[in-house]
Design a protein around this ligand. Sequence first.
Ligand code: NAD
Length: 305
Amino acid sequence: MNAIRIDGKAIAEALRARVARDVALLQAECNVIPGLAVVLVGKDPASSVYVKTKAKQAQAVGFNSRQFLLPSNVGEAELLELIEELNTNDAIDGILVQLPLPGHINRWRVLEAINPAKDVDGFHPYNVGRLAAGRPALVPCTPLGVVHLIKTVVSDLSGLNVVVIGRSNIVGKPLAILLGDAGCTVTGAQLQTRNLPDLCRNADIVVAAAGCAGLVRGDWLKAGSIVIDVGINRAIDSAGTAKLVGDVAFAEASERASHITPVPGGVGPMTVAYLLANTVDAAVSRRGLSLVPTPDAPTLCHLAP
Ligand code: NAD
């Protein structure tokens, strides 16, 4: 079998186009321009690239995009003060603090200081709890992107067996909840899991989010399964060139799977696109509005009391 590549870049582009349409509608009907504040502490090269990409794409869909670049020695109190300012600034709908933070800053104190209504990363315990309880919430972007990609292949997930490798707060745990809510039987695997290859062989869908290059081998997969590779690992190829690779041994897995995401160009673009979509959702629901899709385009209307 030669697996079909799921083109995350193209699917993310379509999602960003939808977001841009929603932004235009919000502006035309309510004179609202969604505002996204991205906060970066320090100069970690990977984080700097992510922040630049997020800011650029936010601008491209018509957001009021604000970047706050703080020195690595900024005090926690100063960072919390900035978050409080953003919480009360009516022009800001979404606040994202790029992780990781330097060791002298308590990550949880910072994440919990963000107004849950502006928590577009979905990391605040309020949103985590609401997601777990099946209530409307701001949900972490990568899991939303993964479910979206899977649904481009199979629209009804009910009854499918899924193995999610990794149980971080950012990816694995919220993803397991979303897939469970969609009717999947979810096996959450982690470092301590026994017989991971056998668990995968029984899965209709394998999602790898372990941060371990080439972990999932071709012979772990059931023929015809869907493979979503969340991992981003830096590797050196045989010519000595640095490149990004996923958690799945791509060539081998392509021989067994029916559909597979590449790295890069799979899940990564979806994560940024969902950050934009979450910001529009935050802007809309903070004002008591909702976007109601119509066959041609979404229509903005007031929420029923
Ligand atoms: P994390 O380090 O917080 O969690 C890793 C999880 O994987 C843990 O639960 C751990 O127990 C499990 N794990 C690690 N090695 C394993 C193994 N050999 N077998 C089974 N389980 C194993 O990582 P994270 O933040 O969830 O990120 C995971 C990967 O996804 C990283 O490569 C990260 O860069 C990538 N990532 C990508 C995106 C994206 O947009 N594409 C977004 C977030 C994270």
